[in-house]
Design a protein around this ligand. Structure first.
Ligand code: ACO
Ligand code: OAA
Length: 372
């Protein structure tokens, strides 16, 4: 029995949700290019959960369901007020708040398809509300309720900032949400599937997935990219900084990918938005620095920029706090986690691989009084 480190190349399940073939990403058969150019985030969520794009009537009804589900249970708001948010990472807060959300859902352990679909809507809507609430409470501001005439992306920004976002901001955040929604068997999605394959509930699966997304080798990289750009400070420092990191064998955040070797098809959209938004906000240095780093890493290590790389300067240009970058990723990715959770339930088998044992051979047991 031999093992594959990090399960690289191992096909662990069948899935009809998203595919990565020859560096092309599709959601239920639609290319990410078509979806990013044409779809609202709600359309994509509907697609992931129903394996078809909605009609206008279906989309209208689905948007209303999400809208109506955004109110947070009082207990979750009380919980968010109960500790010092200034010392807590918002991904840890989100992980705990989603777990607590489950305590206020009377259907949490109802495993019927109907109840799971209703919980899916509540989780999708309320994760956005939790991230917004965290941000408002942390800065001592009142919570903002969503507006019925705004879509999901616009409401996310509105609930965070308390003012209606500009069209270009809505377009950027909508595109970012679409691009982050699902990604085959990435670490957090796999975590969600492993969890619910024990027939545990959806809140447990999503809570576990948030924990996996938080790490810097996965969703947590976007925040670290901005930390790196901030440390670099000015364009002329970029290459010396990267050379120094590589010499110390440190990883460059936002670079490299387990599956994509030639390029992440989502990065080009974020790169374009980064250029536009950094120019618009008179901070082109973040984009200019980023392209220098991307070119250098490509040339030196042959590694491509991943989805987290340019999303950092996009979110920064939108005025989003750096530690909220990964929670926003989670607000999008929960749609994919849920699609995978539903798929796992529909065709379940416990996920339980084996380990190749490399410890000591069977040894003689020595009673404690005789151990030297
Ligand atoms: C949404 C997402 O999750 S996208 C990924 C977000 N994560 C990051 O951006 C963190 C930085 N990147 C990485 O750590 C990695 O590229 C991962 C985790 C994404 C993929 O990792 P793996 O497939 O396990 O590749 P692995 O870490 O084995 O790297 C292979 C080689 O490339 C190097 N390498 C990979 N990524 C990087 C990087 N970002 N910077 C420098 N070197 C790198 C490794 O050091 C290794 O070199 P070696 O063979 O000389 O030891
Ligand atoms: O697929 C992966 O390993 C990581 C990734 O890009 C994602 O989750 O979007």
């Amino acid at each position: 029995m031999s093992s594959t480190k990090g399960l690289e190349g191992v096909v662990a399940t069948q899935s009809a949700i998203s595919s990565i073939i020859d560096d092309q990403l599709t959601y239920v058969g639609y290319t990410i290019d078509d979806l990013a150019e044409n779809s609202s985030f709600e359309e994509v969520v509907y697609l992931l959960w129903n394996q078809k794009l909605p009609t206008e009537t279906e989309l209208k009804a689905f948007k209303k369901q999400l809208q109506d589900a955004m109110d947070l249970p009082e207990g979750v708001i009380t919980h968010l007020h109960s500790y010092d948010l200034s010392t807590v990472h918002p991904m840890a807060a989100l992980r705990s708040a989603v777990s607590i959300l489950g305590l206020y859902d009377s259907e949490a352990d109802d495993m019927s398809d109907e109840a799971n679909k209703r919980k899916a809507v509540r989780l999708q809507a309320r994760m956005a509300a939790i991230v917004a609430a965290f941000s408002r409470i942390r800065s001592g501001k009142d919570l903002v309720k969503p507006k019925s005439d705004l879509g999901f992306a616009a409401n996310l920004l509105y609930m965070m900032n308390g003012e209606e976002p500009k069209d270009i901001e809505v377009e950027a955040i909508n595109k970012a949400l679409v691009l982050h929604a699902d990604h085959e068997l990435n670490a957090s999605t796999f975590t969600a599937r492993v969890c619910v394959a024990t027939l545990s509930d959806m809140y447990s699966g999503v809570t576990a997935a948030i924990g996996a997304l938080k790490g810097p080798l996965h969703g947590g990289a976007n925040e670290r990219v901005m930390k790196m750009l901030t440390e670099i400070g000015e364009e002329e420092n970029a290459i010396p900084y990267i050379k120094d990191k590589l010499a110390k064998k440190e990883k460059i955040m936002g670079m490299g990918h387990r599956v994509y070797r030639n390029g992440d098809p989502r990065a080009k959209f974020l790169k374009k938005m980064s250029k536009e938004l950094t120019e618009l906000t008179h901070q082109p240095k973040w984009y200019n620095m980023s392209i220098k780093i991307e070119d250098y890493i490509k040339q030196e290590k042959g590694l491509p920029a991943n989805v987290d790389f340019y999303s950092a300067s996009v979110y920064h240009s939108l005025g989003i706090d750096h530690d909220l970058f990964t929670p926003i990723f989670a607000v999008s990715r929960v749609s994919g986690w849920i699609a995978h959770i539903l798929e796992q339930y529909a065709n379940n088998r416990l996920i339980r691989p084996r380990a190749e044992y490399v410890g000591p051979q069977t040894r003689e047991y020595v009673p404690i009084e005789k151990r030297g």
